[in-house]
Ligand binder design. Structure first.
Ligand SMILES: [Zn+2]
Length: 346
C-alpha cells in the first residue's frame, strides 16, 4: 500500500578536479509516499557544503555576548520585558513550568501564537538541550493550548516550532520555542490531513501505522522510546540530517500523555547530541498536530528535526530558491546514510 518510489538519473561531465577525466554525478528522485512531493537526493553534496555547516567559534562567541546585553528572555529581564496574557485569559499573566516560561508574542505569526522561553541560560550548545528542558517547554506549551481550547474552541490547529539561532530563522538568540495556533491548518498540515484521509478511505488503514509497520525492520528506522517512534524519512522535507518522529495512535497534541512528551523530548535530545558531535550549532523542529477538538483515526502527531548551517561570515543559507520557492525537496546525502550515522547516538 505504501511504496517507496525512486528513479536514478546521471549526468556526465569532464571533471577539472580529476584532470578532465569523465565523471558521473548521480541524482535520485524520490517521491514522498504520502504527499507525492519530490525530493532529490544528491550524492556527495553533504561533503561539498560541509564547510558551511560548522560555526566560526569567535563569531559565535561575540554574537552570544552582544545579544546577552539586552536579552528580554534572560532571567533578570523576563518579567519586566516580555508581554503578559490578559487577566481574563490567565490571571497570573505567564505560564511557568520549572525553568520554562510561556508568554504571548510581541509580534506573532498567527492570531493565537505564543512562545516558550526554554532555559535560564542565554546560550546552549546542542548537547546541553537535556530532555527535561525540552519536556518542561512542551508542558508549558500544552498548558497554554488547554487554556486556549477552553476560551476559544474554534482555534483548533497548533504546531510547535523551534528555530534555534539565526541560521534557523530566529531573531532572538536565547533558547525558545514557538507555539503557533490558529483557526486553520498550516499548508503542510492541511496537505498531510487531506492525503492521510484519502489513504485511509482507499486502504481502510492508517498511513502512519502502515508506514511504521513497513519501516520498523528497515535501514531508516532509528528507535522507539515511550510510545514515540523515530526514523529518517525516505524523502526528507529539507534533507540536512533530518529525522522524523511519529506518536502512533494520537492525532492531536492534547491527546499526548507525559510518557509520550518524554518520548519526544528524549529523542530530540539524542539527535541534538549527534548534531553537536558533527559540529553543528543551529536546528529547526516542527511538531505537527491534527485539530484539537476531535480524534482522527487517519492522522498521527508527527515531528521533523533538521540541522541548519553554521554561524560564519559567509552567511551561507540552505534555504535557496529550489526548496524555498520551487517547493521541491533536496537531500544532501542518502537518508539511509543519515540513519547509519545517527544510530550510535541512540
Ligand atoms: Zn538571554
Amino acid at each position: 500500500m505504501i511504496t517507496f518510489e525512486k528513479t536514478v538519473k546521471q549526468a556526465r561531465i569532464l571533471n577539472p578536479l580529476k584532470n578532465f577525466q569523465e565523471d558521473t554525478i548521480t541524482f535520485e528522485y524520490r517521491t514522498d509516499p504520502l504527499t507525492g512531493r519530490n525530493t532529490t537526493v544528491i550524492k556527495g553534496m553533504l561533503s561539498y557544503i560541509s564547510r558551511f555547516l560548522t560555526s566560526d567559534e569567535e563569531t559565535l562567541k561575540s554574537l552570544i555576548e552582544q545579544t546577552r546585553a539586552n536579552c528580554p528572555f534572560c532571567p533578570e529581564n523576563v518579567k519586566s520585558k516580555t508581554p503578559m496574557f490578559t487577566k481574563d485569559f490567565l490571571a497570573e499573566g505567564r505560564i511557568m513550568v520549572e525553568d520554562a516560561v510561556a508568554i504571548p508574542n510581541l509580534l506573532g505569526h498567527a492570531e493565537r501564537s505564543i512562545l516558550v522561553v526554554l532555559s535560564k541560560e542565554h546560550h546552549l550548545k546542542l548537547n546541553k538541550f537535556v530532555p527535561k528542558l525540552i519536556f518542561d517547554g512542551f508542558k508549558a506549551g500544552v498548558a497554554y493550548l488547554k487554556r486556549l481550547s477552553e476560551v476559544d474552541p474554534t482555534i483548533r490547529f497548533p504546531a510547535f516550532a523551534f528555530n534555534y539561532l539565526p541560521p534557523a530563522g530566529s531573531s532572538i538568540f536565547h533558547p525558545h520555542m514557538q507555539v503557533l495556533v490558529r483557526d486553520r491548518p498550516f499548508y503542510l498540515v492541511g496537505l498531510m490531513l487531506e492525503k492521510s484521509r484519502s489513504y485511509f478511505e482507499k486502504n481502510k488503514s492508517s498511513y502512519w501505522s502502515d508506514l511504521l509497520t513497513k519501516e520498523r525492520s528497515g535501514e531508516r528506522y532509528l528507535f522507539e522510546t515511550n510510545g514515540v517512534e523515530w526514523l529518517v524519512p525516505f524523502a526528507p522535507l529539507r534533507g540536512l540530517n533530518e529525522a522524523q518522529a511519529i506518536v502512533n495512535g494520537k492525532s492531536n497534541l492534547l491527546e499526548l500523555n507525559d510518557k509520550e512528551w518524554h518520548g519526544l523530548a528524549d529523542g530530540i535530545s539524542k539527535i541534538l547530541q549527534f548534531y553537536h558531535k558533527e559540529g553543528y550549532t543551529s536546528f529547526n523542529i516542527i511538531l505537527l498536530s491534527g485539530p484539537m477538538n476531535e480524534h482522527l483515526d487517519y492522522f498521527d502527531v508527527n515531528l521533523r528535526i533538521m540541522s541548519r548551517p553554521g554561524i560564519q561570515a559567509s552567511a551561507f543559507t540552505d534555504a535557496w530558491a529550489l526548496p524555498y520557492l520551487l517547493w521541491d525537496g533536496e537531500a544532501v546525502e542518502e537518508p539511509e546514510q543519515t540513519a547509519q550515522k545517527l544510530k550510535p547516538f541512540i
